[in-house]
Design a protein around this ligand. Structure first.
Ligand code: GLV
Ligand code: MN
Ligand code: MN
Length: 421
């Protein structure tokens, strides 16, 4: 355990734990974006931001931003952040650790008595996890000019559009251009690894080299609901039969594409809804959402061709219609900024922390931020690589060490950025 860190590990930890407490009590840890609990979490964050002396605002893309003015605001902004929403029955650290890190870094800067040259911002991005509207990274898409009208028209099962939901949480979908930034010189995000590389090699931090691209595809099969007892097998139009075969196709195609080994490829069907979903009714309608991730977009292209062809064949074989085959979102893989990676690595070395370069198979707000500014990430170990589950765990010292490496990097970048070019 590292002791002489330049920030307060206990204060940082207390924030992570306190925010985790704001959860649906029936399903810890759940704080879904756009819900009352999410807004409660944000209120709590606003109070902490204010106590730290930050001025706070919500931008038109629904991001909560805390700002510490620099001595030389013309130099632009160094931003640190992540997200405070969770998946259903998720963990206490995914996203939250990164927001709390930003907050602790500004407090530590303030405690050190030295006002940075750059303005420092702490950002809680809106809805990083896939929301009920079928879209992830809503806030970071908005901040980077990547949230379009088609996305805003997406609806949740109750019928509310993302456009209306954004308004409800303090954003302004009609003036999204105001959220787009050109003054951020560096974006840094701390995140739990959500994998086992760091833990298994007893390393303190990971310097993220690249972040996977994610494509999400919605497939809907339309058949005919019928009596399960009286409809002969030969006369059925069972939508779930086509959907089940498509799930198998996704698995088979992903295994084949990953088998080359040179590039990362995974694909998952994480949403499958059956209508009307009764034991004595032949399924009339089925909806799937496929999540495909890669470091090599050509593999996703091949995957989509295979699934397009096979799902059409499965629909024919089941005598149903493939009513929808649509891309919900498509983000390319991104490389993290080399200069920021160096700053993070040197920050880790300053503190005597061990580090390794590693790619991210999870999506992150930093992937979108890299569209408008140099962006990089640091990973900290999490127990058994478990994430998106209540057992998710990262040690107090592990988070503090990663946060301290970012603190060192911020101080170095504050001196170097905008000074020599
Ligand atoms: C974010 O948690 C993701 O889906 O990778
Ligand atoms: Mn997540
Ligand atoms: Mn996350």
């Amino acid at each position: 355990m590292k002791t002489n860190l330049p920030l307060d590990a206990d204060r940082l930890w207390a924030d992570v734990m306190a925010l985790a407490e704001i959860t649906d009590p029936q399903r810890p840890y759940t704080r879904r974006s756009f819900t009352a609990l999410f807004l409660e979490g944000r209120e709590w964050l606003v109070q902490r931001f204010n106590e730290a002396g930050l001025t706070t605002r919500i931008d038109t893309a629904g991001n909560l931003i805390g700002r510490m003015e620099g001595r030389n605001p013309a130099l632009g902004v160094i931003a640190i952040g992540s997200h405070s929403d969770t998946v259903p029955s998720g963990g206490r650290f995914d996203g939250i650790a990164g927001v709390a890190t930003g907050l602790e870094i500004v407090r530590a800067l303030r405690d050190s008595g030295v006002q940075p040259e750059h303005t420092i911002e702490v950002i809680d991005f809106l809805a990083e996890e896939p929301s009920e509207y079928g879209l992830s990274c809503v806030g970071s898409r908005g901040m980077t000019g990547s949230l379009d009208d088609k996305m805003l028209a997406l609806t949740e099962p109750g019928g509310e559009t993302l456009r209306d939901a954004l308004r409800r949480v303090g954003g302004d979908p009609d003036r999204l251009e105001l959220a787009k930034r050109d003054d951020i010189r560096a974006f840094l995000e701390l995140h739990i690894e959500q994998g086992i590389v760091l833990e298994s090699q007893s390393l303190d931090v990971g310097i993220v080299s690249s972040i996977v691209g994610i494509r999400r595809i919605e497939v809907i099969f339309q058949g005919e609901a019928d009596h399960a007892g009286t409809t002969p097998m030969a006369l059925r139009h069972d939508a779930l039969v086509a959907a089940a075969a498509t799930v198998s196709s996704v698995r088979r195609a992903a295994e084949q594409l990953a088998a080359g080994g040179a590039d990362y490829f995974v694909a998952t069907v994480g949403i499958l809804s059956v209508d009307p979903s009764a034991s004595n009714i032949v399924p009339g309608r089925c909806r799937l959402v496929i999540d495909a991730r890669t470091t090599q977009p050509a593999l996703t292209q091949r995957f989509v061709e295979i699934i397009d062809r096979e799902s059409t064949a499965h629909a024919m074989a089941a005598r149903v219609t493939r009513a929808t085959f649509a891309t919900l979102s498509d983000g390319p893989p991104v490389a993290c900024d080399p200069a920021l990676r160096t700053a993070l690595r040197e920050g880790a070395h300053d503190l005597g922390l061990s580090e390794i370069d590693l790619p991210s198979g999870a999506g992150h707000d930093a992937a979108f931020m890299s569209r408008i500014c140099p962006s990089a990430m640091i990973f900290v170990p999490c127990r058994a690589g478990k994430s998106h589950a209540p057992e998710e765990w990262a040690d107090r010292e592990a988070i503090a060490a990663g946060a301290a490496a970012i603190y060192q990097a911020v101080k170095a970048l504050d001196q170097s950025l905008g000074r020599n070019g």
